[in-house]
Design a protein around this ligand. Structure first.
Ligand code: SF4
Length: 384
């Protein structure tokens, strides 16, 4: 029997559910109507993952067909020294703690240059909140990277780092972002959002900026023309209402700025954190989180399944449950591996493409701004 084209999947399989709360949501989804906060809560509370998957896949195929994006990137974490001591974190260290490190600028440039021979299109740069490193260190870092690798997009600094550096430099958030942009920063990765709900945020990351400051920083970045992603850390102390609140706040801001490119749900990894008693998320929760995100965030173009946290297998399955992006080759991921991730630290381009094609999807190598990349062995061209 000939194989059914993947893009036909949601048309040939009838929608079915015995969860009465999902029927009106289905009607809205096929009519392209926005879901309410109550709808989002009903989705989180439902166990009918196949019905959710049907709807999320329907939206995903309506937006992207079979296209599934990935990029070739390299992570650079210039320092793990951090004053915030978030309970969710296994990466940050006190300055004199074993394993604490701070890269000299030359070391960071060498790190950037090492790795696969394939041309990297993006450096993803995030790190700890170092008590002594001056703002100039970070400006010199991005300036130096831009000089050495002018073709590589610099996706650098979470909203939390931006706010911290602004304070240290005694600048406004806006002026800090302008200085970063002038020093070569092209966009922001969107981490540090964790969960906006104050009750939980106080427990898991008390010393970070609060949710409204995160959103305000993102808003200013977008106003300055810097795109960003947005994340949500789930699977710790938050409840369904907190997750809904988080998604709604992101959706509201996206309505205002249109500056978010991708939403990335991040599964909490408890190992080596003060919250190590919390069990790991299950595949069911991970897949459901992808599906709900796709359904609720109707103004986000992309939902990313970050394979480093989800495992390549769950990330691959999620390509049929709403996600359209598998992140990148990620050379040398540190943050989640310090928290116990057993996934490889990087994946070759061919392996990412194999995961995508075996799910019946079409792999599209993209740059950070989702422009298709055409490559030879050592060079690449971006369609503009
Ligand atoms: S999550 Fe970020 S801000 Fe918090 S301790 Fe870890 S590195 Fe520092």
């Amino acid at each position: 029997m000939p194989e059914t084209p993947a893009s036909q999947a949601s048309k040939v399989h009838e929608f079915q559910t015995d969860d009465a709360r999902l029927r009106p949501i289905y009607d809205k989804v096929v009519a392209t109507e926005r879901l309410s906060a109550d709808d989002a809560l009903a989705l989180y509370q439902s166990k009918d993952i196949l019905a959710m998957g049907w709807m999320a896949n329907h939206v995903r195929e309506r937006m992207h067909g079979d296209k599934t994006y990935f990029n070739v990137n390299r992570h650079i974490n210039p320092t793990n020294v951090c004053v915030a001591y978030c309970r969710l974190c296994a990466f940050g260290r006190k300055k004199d703690a074993p394993g604490a490190y701070t890269m000299a600028l030359e070391e960071a440039f060498q790190t950037a240059a090492s790795g696969y021979s394939e041309a990297v299109t993006e450096f993803h740069i995030v790190g700890g909140l170092h008590p002594d490193l001056p703002f100039e260190y970070f400006l010199d870092l991005t300036k130096g990277l831009k000089e050495r690798f002018p073709q590589v997009h610099l996706k650098a600094f979470t909203m939390v780092e931006v706010a911290f550096l602004a304070k240290r430099a005694k600048l406004s958030i806006r002026d800090t972002l302008i200085a970063m942009k002038n020093a070569g920063v092209d966009s922001l990765p969107g981490g540090g959002a964790e969960i906006f709900a104050e009750r939980v945020r106080h427990i898991i990351c008390d010393h970070k900026i609060d949710g409204s400051q995160w959103l305000e920083t993102a808003k200013i970045a977008h106003e300055l023309g810097l795109k960003s992603n947005a994340t949500m850390l789930y699977g710790h102390l938050e409840n369904d209402e907190d997750r809904v609140d988080h998604l709604m706040k992101l959706r509201d801001l996206q309505d205002q700025t249109g500056g978010f490119q991708t939403f990335i749900p991040l599964a909490f990894h408890p190992d080596n954190t003060p919250l190590s008693h919390i069990p790991w998320t299950t595949g069911f929760t991970d897949i459901k989180q992808i599906a709900v995100s796709r359904l609720v965030l109707d103004n986000f173009a992309h939902i990313k399944a970050y394979w480093q946290m989800l495992t390549p297998k769950i990330a691959q399955i999620s390509l049929r449950f709403g996600s359209d992006d598998l992140d990148g080759t990620v050379i040398e991921e540190k943050i989640y591996h310090d928290a116990g991730a057993e996934t490889p630290q990087g994946m070759r381009r061919q392996e990412l493409m194999r995961l995508i094609t075996q799910a019946g999807r079409e792999p599209i190598e993209r740059d950070t701004l989702y422009r298709p990349v055409t490559r030879t062995e050592t060079t690449f061209t971006v369609a503009v």
